[in-house]
Design a protein around this ligand. Structure first.
Ligand SMILES: C[S@@+](CC[C@H](N)C(=O)[O-])C[C@H]1O[C@@H](n2cnc3c(N)ncnc32)[C@H](O)[C@@H]1O
Length: 277
């Protein structure tokens, strides 16, 4: 392709200057997004844009904001959240009870504005009710986009982000403030946000539940493999992994997980195998 050389130069430059590696993302999507940002910034071509980056370091943030697709909403794919509520979370809870352990750790990797992490928080509250005080529950929400992470902790959303919420849960866990809905404090306290690039490694180990949904689709095969290894390393033995509806384990990683529900892309880390991250 004619702009291939410039495109690769730009990705190398991003890597060198802000340490984010987009080089193994799928070029089809990324190139379209780069062009979009380039035109929005009033540049005629890649070289103009590269000159702009040299003069204005804040342009990197705007570029990363454009390159990362943050489409998300609460309870995206209702069936998978139903499975979490009816099967997975109760199973994690009873296992902890049997072991006499209070600590439960979950992770929303590529959380966008936190919709997925807060959805998990609501489910933990729903499943545990008053017993929640007997547990130490922490949900880590990470993303590569700093701008999204700055807004996420406020837990304030428009109606679009709540289009799959049941009216009952909306009423129970949100307060309406003008035309926005704010997540209640009792859910917010369960979630903490942190900047993290899943390509670079893992933020924490011993996760009981990891949601990494609608992120692998943007990666080429080799990068998917690397990220799946990282997710595997973050899980505790027997921990659960949920991918997006159209995402799959790579051939290499298939043996490291047991399939819990293939349609909902729900997997469980094998207890005995260990793979190097
Ligand atoms: C399409 S959204 C998915 C949001 C949510 N998981 C869902 O399924 O609704 C993908 C998110 O992944 C984030 N992302 C992209 N590359 C990432 C990386 N290398 N590490 C962590 N997050 C990343 C994007 O910023 C974006 O917020």
């Amino acid at each position: 392709m004619e702009d291939d050389k410039e495109y690769r130069f730009l990705l190398d430059k991003i890597m060198r200057n802000v340490n984010i590696d987009f080089r193994e993302y799928r070029p089809q999507v990324l190139k379209r997004r780069v062009r979009h940002r380039l035109h929005a910034a009033g540049c005629k071509n890649y070289w103009d844009y590269i000159a702009l980056l040299n003069n204005d370091l804040r342009e990197y943030d705007r570029l990363i904001e454009t390159l990362t697709i943050k489409e998300s909403y609460f309870f995206r794919d209702t069936e998978v959240f139903k499975l979490l509520e009816d099967g997975i979370i109760p199973e994690i809870v009873s296992q902890k009870q049997a072991e006499g352990v209070k600590k439960i750790r979950a992770w929303s990797c590529g959380t966008a504005h936190g919709q997925e992490a807060f959805s998990m928080g609501i489910l933990f509250r729903e499943v545990l009710g008053n017993k929640i005080k007997d547990f130490d529950i922490k949900i880590l929400a990470t993303d590569i986009d700093k701008d999204a992470l700055e807004k996420a902790p406020w837990g304030s959303y428009d109606g679009r982000a709540l289009r799959k919420m049941s009216p009952h849960l909306l009423f129970k866990y949100f307060t309406r403030v003008r035309n926005r809905y704010v997540v209640s404090d009792r859910v917010r306290v369960l979630v903490s946000f942190r900047h993290h690039d899943i390509v670079s490694g893992i933020p924490k180990r011993s996760m009981d539940l990891v949601l990494c949904r609608n992120l692998l689709i943007y990666f080429q095969k080799e990068l998917q493999e690397k990220v799946l290894r990282n997710l595997h390393a973050a899980l505790s033995p027997g921990g659960f992994l949920v991918l997006g509806k159209t995402e799959n384990l790579t051939d290499q990683m298939r043996g490291c997980f047991e399939v819990v529900d293939l349609i909902e892309r729900l997997y469980r880390k094998q207890s005995s195998l260990s793979v190097r991250a």
